[in-house]
Design a protein around this ligand. Sequence first.
Ligand SMILES: NC(=O)c1ccc[n+]([C@@H]2O[C@H](COP(=O)([O-])OP(=O)(O)OC[C@H]3O[C@@H](n4cnc5c(N)ncnc54)[C@H](OP(=O)(O)O)[C@@H]3O)[C@@H](O)[C@H]2O)c1
Length: 437
Amino acid sequence: MTNREELNIALIGFGTVGSGVARILSTQAENIAVRAGRPVRLRRVVVRDLCKSREHLPADVTVSTDLQDVISDPEIQLAVQLIGGTDPAFDYMTRLLAAGKDVVTANKALLYLHGETLFRQASDQQRTIGFEAAVAGGIPIVSAVTQALTGNQILSLEAILNGTSNFILTHMLDDDKTYDDVLKEAQSLGYAEADPAMDVDGTDAAQKLSILTQLAFSTRVPLESFVKQGIDGLELLDLQVASDLGYKIKLLATSRLNDDQLEMSVQPTLIRADREIAKTDGADNIVAVRGDAVGMTRFSGAGAGQLPTASAVVADIIDYATGRTAVTFESVLRTLAQPDRTVQPPGELSRRCYLRFTVDDRPHVLADVADVLGRNGISISSVHQEETSDDSAARNGSARLVIMTHRTTEGNLRAADKEIGQLSSIQGTSIRLPVAD
Ligand SMILES: NC(=O)c1ccc[n+]([C@@H]2O[C@H](COP(=O)([O-])OP(=O)(O)OC[C@H]3O[C@@H](n4cnc5c(N)ncnc54)[C@H](OP(=O)(O)O)[C@@H]3O)[C@@H](O)[C@H]2O)c1
């Protein structure tokens, strides 16, 4: 095929992202043809329900519910897979690759769970997979790591990768609202799914971190191998106390080379309020990448949403049309074939920590907690306790105790957690969060 011929594509899925892609393909058709070196034509769409009305669907596009229509159409070279989840997305991807189609996808759950198999199949069949939109939506972090920063040994990734969690944390603090209230608001505004479990329990961010880590450090790290904690247990009180101490709490995804070992975690983390990452608010994402040559680089913006995500998908389509995808994908495959690095066992993670307890308001309680911490090798950096009244009628018998620790290991903290949980003076659930340096 010469570069002047049209590139015919199919969209598998025409929901939020799919319709956004169709919209950009039609509104930016001329620009895209210039960048791609040839016109890009949307020829086919596959959906589940033919009766739904579809915005941005050009009249000359053939819509069906059968993937086979795309598979058996020799004119379609590239299929853009925009169905969520893994079933039937995985089956569809393997059938498309087997039929000789190249694929672009925005599906991170699919890549996290089946990326290895799909990449191997694509390689065996000399096909390509473009996946810029699968991590951090509109932020071009995949191309940064796989193209622009390849002259570096990447030393660390520090990121906010889940817009829903970031929206909730931002609005809890700014609007003085509880977790439940802001979650409902996020759902009504479309920032959170009806079932937000994977967003708020850290799974979505951890899957994206795992994909980025594989690209940056050529090591596949399953979620079970690193600490993953969501924002679902956080209270407004913690955000306020952290704020009083000069920190913001963010769901921070970190992957860092530490003496040739990979240190990874996804956790709500206290970050000094003046840092860029702490200032990333609302549904935005940020990825800070430190390279040995370039130093610190930061990529921020919309990590999800119709047009931002479609922007990344269309860039993948243009890359494919120019032939760039084939070159990058081969380089990605060579990177992924490198030996894995060792991942630091979670118990050896070493960080400063924020501890918050609700305790009986009586003598010796602080000494008891300090004693447990001391015996577990945890050194206290500061103690903050709200003043309670001397008036016994005004006292409710409990007090809030916040302890900031010096750097200590996750293993020491877990041992201390157990002992502190058994102290009779501790009420309710205690909160423990790392502090980013
Ligand atoms: N939305 C975002 O902001 C965003 C950001 C980054 C990445 N992503 C990823 O992009 C992908 C698409 O997300 P989305 O938000 O666009 O999802 P969506 O709005 O739910 O759309 C999904 C589309 O897939 C179609 N579909 C589902 N099952 C199908 C089946 N068995 N056969 C044929 N078509 C089927 C649906 O058809 P019907 O329309 O007929 O129901 C719908 O058109 C997901 O993997 C998501 O994680 C989304």
